[in-house]
Design a protein around this ligand. Structure first.
Ligand code: E4P
Length: 217
């Protein structure tokens, strides 16, 4: 299972990178705005800065919503760095643009996916990644993890190569459950990733080992 961090914050990306388990970064316009990165050139430079920190895939989202806009913007983003994956919204023109990019060797991530049918379309269009948003489904009392299971089943039925990128992961149990279901990738905050480290018995056990060592030395 690949681990992506869902942030545009360079400090957090560096922190996750030092753990040695980071496979990529996802961003979106809201995450960029949160870091106060504005203006096309600054945003492009920020993507390049992220690519300089990590070795894996970096999803960069288009702002345009027409086919023509998405093609122009996506080509510019892809040209920034070989690690860039063009992130496209799950709308009709986004699907068309996805097919164009997959036919032209540019990797894609279809975002804002909330149903198995949308994920099926993304796979048919040759998306590299599909991003079902599990946290946002949970927010409206709909089981986000159930959607990951449905997409896993559909993709396995037809051996689609599109990777299921469980997005909008909010906490550590989301990661555990996505791993059990078989999501190929998860993207979430650093806090959710670091939550995997925690167990009180680990802390108690280590404390005792160190105390016993001190007694004998
Ligand atoms: C996915 O790529 C999105 O950036 C992200 O996971 C959205 O998460 P949120 O619902 O916590 O905003």
């Amino acid at each position: 299972m690949k681990f992506f961090i869902d942030t545009a914050n360079l400090t957090q990306i560096k922190e996750a990178q030092t753990l040695g388990i980071l496979d990529g970064v996802t961003t979106n316009p809201s995450l960029m705005a949160k870091e106060r990165i504005t203006g096309t050139e600054n945003i492009k430079n920020h993507y390049k800065a992220i690519c300089d920190i990590i070795e894996g895939d970096v999803s960069a989202e288009v702002i345009g919503t027409t086919y023509e806009e998405m093609i122009k913007e996506g080509e510019e983003l892809a040209a920034l760095h070989p690690q860039i994956v063009v992130k496209l919204p799950m709308i009709k023109d986004g699907v068309k643009a996805c097919k164009y990019f997959s036919d032209n060797g540019i990797r894609t991530n279809i975002t804002l996916v909330f149903s198995a049918g949308q994920a099926l379309l993304a796979a048919k269009a040759g998306a590299t990644y599909v991003s079902p948003f599990i946290g946002r489904l949970d927010d409206i009392s709909t089981d986000g993890l159930h959607l990951i299971s449905e997409i896993r089943k559909v993709y396995d039925n037809y051996n689609f190569q599109t990777e299921i990128l469980a997005a909008s992961v909010r906490h550590t149990m989301h990661i555990n459950n996505c791993a059990k279901i078989g999501a190929d990738v998860m993207t979430g905050p650093l806090s959710a990733i670091e939550g995997l480290l925690k167990h009180p018995l680990t802390d108690i056990g280590l404390e005792k080992f160190l105390a016993d060592y001190k007694k004998g030395n």
